[in-house]
Design a protein around this ligand. Structure first.
Ligand code: CA
Length: 221
């Protein structure tokens, strides 16, 4: 899952990014309104974290603009403490959730996960597909026999994306776009390598190859 973090306070942004990366997200950062508006329109983010007070263009303006252009990306706004008007305006502009500053990063991560599950039509809480149970806290996966398998960072991001999009053809390009950030060295052939590693851990049958199209994570292999 790939996030856009829009926050002009660079120290805060840096701290949040490292916590979000540790929680298994690919994260791009934006520090002003013009860059944020562009990135949010051009890149396929799974969630945008949007500070409202930004240089050049306000967060509300950007959000209204995205919604006008039918960009439905889930957006969590960061508001000032006690500014209830900001929250109301934010929701009217098309926000999906908010968090008032200052906040604990644990709450931000919990809200992002809830937003992701909701936007992908998954029940809240643990992610369970095809008898596999994904532990997002420990970044591991449990098999039907109850065996916990540890995953590398990339394996976890890839498996979570698969489990959130079961029974859908996912191209290598799409997988690459959602598990790596903008600055990563994105080689879509690497996806093949990681898919094979996942198959060795969770079994060959769960991820089917569709030649020339991509992969399908099967609910009923
Ligand atoms: Ca700000």
């Amino acid at each position: 899952m790939r996030l856009l973090l829009v926050e002009d306070d660079k120290a805060l942004s840096r701290g949040l990014k490292s916590d979000l990366v540790a929680a298994g997200f690919a994260v791009d950062q934006s520090y002003d309104g013009i860059d944020a508006a562009f990135m949010g329109s051009e890149e396929p983010y799974d969630v945008v974290i949007l500070d409202l007070g930004l240089p050049q263009r306000s967060g509300l303006e950007i959000l209204r603009d995205w919604r006008k252009k039918k960009n439905a990306v889930p957006v969590l706004i960061l508001t000032a403490r006690d500014a209830w008007q900001e929250k109301v305006e934010g929701f009217q502009a098309g926000a999906d959730d908010y968090l008032a500053k200052p906040f604990h990063v644990e709450e931000l991560i919990a809200r992002i996960k809830a937003l992701l599950h909701r936007s992908k039509g998954q029940a809240a809480g643990a992610l369970s597909v095809a008898n596999l149970l994904l532990d997002e806290e420990r970044q591991s996966v449990a098999t039907p026999e109850g065996k916990a398998l540890s995953l590398s960072g990339t394996e976890f991001r890839l498996l979570r994306y698969f489990m959130m999009h079961p029974d859908v053809i996912l191209s290598k390009t799409r997988l690459t776009e959602h598990i790596y950030d903008f600055d990563s060295d994105k080689d879509s052939n690497l996806i093949e390598v990681y898919v094979n590693r996942l198959r060795q851990k969770i079994g060959k049958d769960l991820i089917e190859t569709r030649r020339g199209q991509g992969y399908i994570f099967k609910v009923n292999p």
